[in-house]
Design a protein. Structure first.
Lengths: 149, 157
């Protein structure tokens, strides 16, 4: 009788596990791309970057941070979306896989249709990667790519 | 029109005995019965047989315990109703179910525990797997406290 109860419990656990695995397999990743212009000009902190500004200030030594654009997207595995960036640049993001704690993403930056940068990353859940460096106007562009799943 | 029975008819006699005749037929046969000794005799015989049979039936019925019979029939119905449940119970308790169920549970648990792997809860915000491009320089930085990953590149001008 005791064994029967244990087997029933094991079956139940495995079925729940299998169902959870199915949900996991169908997961999607929410991505937010913020394009920020960082410069040494007049001191300025964009009010739209309130939640993000302290992080930027702790990493970079620029005096001005201005949000140029923001893109939201939801990607399933194998799906690609494009975000328009400043200065004729576009960012193509492809979700290659979603694991338990990290998602595998391919990021490709184009400038006037020419591919200038390509990387494959494993992004932690509820975390971001900052890609920066391209010159724009009197400063530099920073792309904060945040992912949650 | 008044009906009269001039001759003996056993079928009419039986229907008379069973009180199946209509009012008019009954009156006519009663009239015939007064003057017909053979029908009177047949009627008496019928009454006797009926009385004997009824007495036997009453005797048999008086010996039946209806409460016990009712209890027995109800029990049979209940048993018939619960038979599927018993079969289901027997099936789950049997090895036919027990062994494959255990095997299925073991396979499922093994499969999912092997395919999912251990969870790593911390680390840099992003791990760079590969990086290519038309760039003059690239720096990959990880901040010490927040472990924020930064890729800083310079475009070829």
């Amino acid at each position: 009788m005791k064994i029967r109860k244990i087997v029933t419990a094991l079956l139940l656990v495995s079925v729940i596990w299998a169902m959870e695995g199915q949900v996991w397999a169908e997961q999607k990743i929410n991505i937010n791309v913020k394009t920020v212009l960082a410069s040494h000009g007049r001191k300025y902190s964009d009010p739209l970057l309130t939640a993000f500004i302290n992080k930027l200030k702790s990493i970079f030594r620029y005096s001005s941070y201005q949000l140029l654009s923001q893109n939201e997207m939801r990607l399933g595995i194998g799906e690609t979306r494009t975000a328009s960036l400043a200065g004729d640049r576009t960012l193509k993001i492809t979700a290659l896989g979603i694991g338990e704690t990290r998602a595998e993403l391919r990021l490709v930056i184009f400038k006037k249709r020419k591919r200038i940068f390509k990387t494959i990353i494993h992004l932690l859940n509820n975390a971001s990667i900052i890609v920066g460096g391209p010159k724009y106007k009197d400063g530099f562009l920073l792309f904060n790519i945040y992912g949650s799943f | 029109m008044k009906r009269e029975y001039a001759r003996c008819d056993p079928a009419i006699l039986n229907r008379f005995f069973d009180q199946e005749l209509g009012q008019e037929e009954r009156a006519a046969f009663s009239q015939h019965l007064k003057d017909c000794p053979s029908c009177q005799k047949a009627l008496r015989e019928n009454e006797h047989i009926s009385a004997v049979f009824k007495a036997g039936l009453d005797k048999e019925l008086s010996q039946i315990n209806f409460n016990a019979l009712d209890h027995k029939v109800s029990g049979l119905i209940r048993r018939k109703k619960s038979r599927w449940w018993m079969m289901l119970k027997d099936f789950f308790a049997s090895r036919k179910f027990f062994v494959p169920a255990t095997a299925a549970a073991a396979i499922l648990i093994l499969t999912f525990s092997l395919t999912r792997g251990p969870a790593s809860l911390s680390g840099p915000s992003a791990i760079i797997n590969s990086l290519t491009g038309d760039v003059s320089s690239v720096m990959i930085i990880e901040t010490p406290k927040s472990r924020q990953t930064i890729i800083w590149f310079s475009e070829i001008s």
